[in-house]
Design a protein around this ligand. Structure first.
Ligand SMILES: NC(=O)c1ccc[n+]([C@@H]2O[C@H](COP(=O)([O-])OP(=O)(O)OC[C@H]3O[C@@H](n4cnc5c(N)ncnc54)[C@H](OP(=O)(O)O)[C@@H]3O)[C@@H](O)[C@H]2O)c1
Length: 331
């Protein structure tokens, strides 16, 4: 029997590599699309594209079960004119190119997921933002998120194609150069005290829950529209770092004042907003639809992440599951 096809755009990046590994292991024929093979983990069949123009990659969409767009210039940079243009255009151009390719299909894909961001919502310290009542933010990154979604949902794809935007919080994996690895190092060096006021909320999600949530959306053919992919517990920055320090056994946690963050961000060619904006986002629709998070709480998620490392480490059975199997075998 033919395997269902999953086409992943932006496969060189962090989430692309994990998703390609996950779906390959779950029995999908993965087609990995990227501008190069630089970061690709080798899962699936690779096809090149340039992020905006038609090409042979379009044929992969014919009859695919699912298409996921992860392509976009990293937001971890200084928001100067050149980077702002690249951040916006890479997302809009790739979305338009995929939409145009889907319109050419004789048998269009069943589901098209665009991986958006929880930064869509406003800075919120007064209450959680969900898909129904959440208010859009303002400023550059929230504008990008909104315009990107407008292009995605405004694209005239055939009615048979389900379309979902997943507004994703900070995805946590013990993977180099990602948020968790950076926070872990800060904590180990005694530098992970509150950042700024420390009262800003941090929307995050364990990589396994993020992957499982995509499977859940894929398996439920009546679901479409917007879904927040964030863990149910959304701690303050201070609490998040306190718990992380506890788990790495580092009692010292020097706080960082806002001016220090501004200076550090300037030196590191990035933006203070990435740590100072309060992203209090609730995964209301996922919960309403019955999705069960394996790692709803930060404390447990950290314990699990610290036992893993890299792509291979994250695809080991979880210790919880193997403990469960052992207990079952001994019963
Ligand atoms: N990681 C998170 O915690 C998180 C949270 C919320 C939302 N997101 C969003 O999810 C998406 C994937 O995240 P990620 O962490 O995997 O990002 P990433 O590691 O930076 O990967 C992004 C991918 O986009 C591609 N890309 C970069 N510039 C491009 C351009 N100009 N045209 C076409 N493709 C381009 C890159 O391909 P090349 O290798 O060819 O350069 C890379 O494969 C991004 O849009 C990100 O904003 C991520």
């Amino acid at each position: 029997m033919m395997k269902p096809v999953a086409v992943i755009f932006g496969v060189n990046g962090f989430l692309g590599r994990y998703l390609a590994r996950h779906w390959t292991r779950s029995g999908y024929e993965v087609v990995a699309v990227g501008r190069s093979q630089r970061g690709w983990g080798g899962d699936g069949m690779f096809l090149p594209w340039d992020g905006k123009n038609p090409g042979p990659w379009e044929l992969a969409l014919e009859g695919a079960a699912v298409v996921v767009n992860l392509a976009g210039r990293s937001v971890n940079c200084r928001y100067d004119g050149k980077n702002r243009r690249a951040i916006l255009e890479s997302r809009i151009d790739s979305t338009k190119a995929i939409g145009a390719a889907i319109r050419k299909c004789r048998k269009p894909p069943g589901l098209w997921i665009n991986v958006g961001t929880a930064t869509y919502y406003r800075h919120a310290e007064d209450g959680p933002q969900d898909e129904w009542r959440g208010e859009p933010g303002d400023g550059f990154s929230a504008d990008v998120a909104r315009r990107w979604e407008e292009v995605f949902f405004g694209d005239a794809t055939p009615a048979a194609v389900r379309k979902i935007v997943v507004r994703t919080g900070m995805v946590m994996a013990n993977e180099k150069d990602t948020a968790f690895a950076i926070l872990k190092r800060l904590a180990q060096f005694g530098l992970a005290g509150a950042m700024g006021s420390g009262d800003q909320r941090v929307s995050w999600i364990h990589i396994r829950d993020w992957l499982d949530a995509l499977d859940f959306l894929l398996a439920n053919p009546l679901l479409d529209g917007v879904f927040n992919l964030t863990a149910p517990e959304c701690p303050t920055n201070r609490r998040m770092l306190d718990l992380l320090r506890e788990k790495v056994a580092m009692p010292l946690g020097l706080p960082t004042a806002e001016w220090m963050i501004a200076l550090g961000a300037f030196l590191m060619k990035t933006e203070p907003e990435l740590v100072l904006k309060s992203r209090w986002v609730e995964p209301a629709r996922l919960i309403d639809e019955g999705f069960v998070f394996r790692w709803p709480q930060w404390s447990n998620a950290v314990e699990d992440l610290l036992t893993r490392e890299g792509l291979a480490g994250h695809f080991r059975e979880s210790s919880r599951r193997s403990m469960g199997l052992r207990a079952w075998a001994q019963a």
